[in-house]
Write a protein that binds this ligand. Structure first.
Ligand SMILES: [Zn+2]
Ligand SMILES: [Zn+2]
Length: 227
């Protein structure tokens, strides 16, 4: 539920729509989400490349004004693109330096490069954590604070706690810290994802969520409800 494509500057050029989908299928995953930094530019290509062979949840990873990473998920591409418009309006327009940050490649569903993003995507937006939660909820999506146990770019490192009035229903904990932290966050739905930037880092089916139907709808619903 947290994979970066070649559109993220830190994502390897081999992270093409078909490579991501096919590697995920080889790894035995039922569900993936490509969550590029502050963009959904390759989301449609990934969905088309999957062609129903694996469930793809429309998503992105937004960086708040407090430099907190929030993974956001939507029931359909339309609502994801609405959120992307809001994010795009609230981005600082800084030119990417590919030699430092890496290329930002748009691709189609056949892995052809269709363009490059000139503005650097890994920057804080002007949206606060509260703005993100509110906008995502209004569009029928769900916000999941990403890698909360990391010492940077996480809600715990930057805000010091999970704000009680934010309406958090799910958190992402990195796989290695999950055994240690699971009981502390037992009232939340917990996701543990690879946050893969390279193909070989896409994980196997180590973690599970309980849904009635393996569908985007049921996964979003699951994440929206408190345990
Ligand atoms: Zn992140
Ligand atoms: Zn990430």
């Amino acid at each position: 539920m947290h994979i970066h494509s070649a559109l993220s500057p830190c994502g390897d050029a081999d992270m093409t729509p078909n490579n991501i989908v096919n590697m995920s299928i080889i790894k035995g995953l039922d569900v993936i989400s490509v969550t590029d930094h502050n963009t959904a530019g390759n989301a449609e290509a990934v969905a088309k490349a999957a062609d129903g062979r694996i469930v793809v949840v429309p998503g992105m990873e937004i960086e708040s004004s407090e430099e907190v990473h929030i993974a956001v998920y939507f029931p359909d591409l339309e609502s994801l693109f609405e959120m992307e418009k809001i994010v795009s309006k609230n981005m600082a327009h800084i030119k990417n330096k590919p030699e430092i940050y890496g290329e930002q490649l748009y691709m189609d569903s056949l892995d052809n490069i269709t363009g490059t993003e000139e503005n650097l995507l890994i920057t804080a937006t002007k949206l606060s954590v509260y703005d993100i939660f509110k906008a995502v909820r209004a569009l029928g999506g769900v916000s999941v604070p990403a890698h909360i146990d990391k010492s940077s770019y996480s809600i715990l490192s930057n805000l010091g706690a999970l704000p009680a009035d934010l309406g958090i229903t799910a958190v992402e904990i990195t796989p290695r810290n999950r055994p240690r932290l699971e009981s502390e966050y037992k009232n939340f739905n917990i996701l543990s994802n690879s946050d893969a930037h390279y193909l070989e880092n896409i994980s196997e089916r180590d973690f599970y969520i309980d849904v009635f139907d393996k569908s985007v709808h049921d996964i979003i619903n699951y994440l929206c409800k408190m345990r």
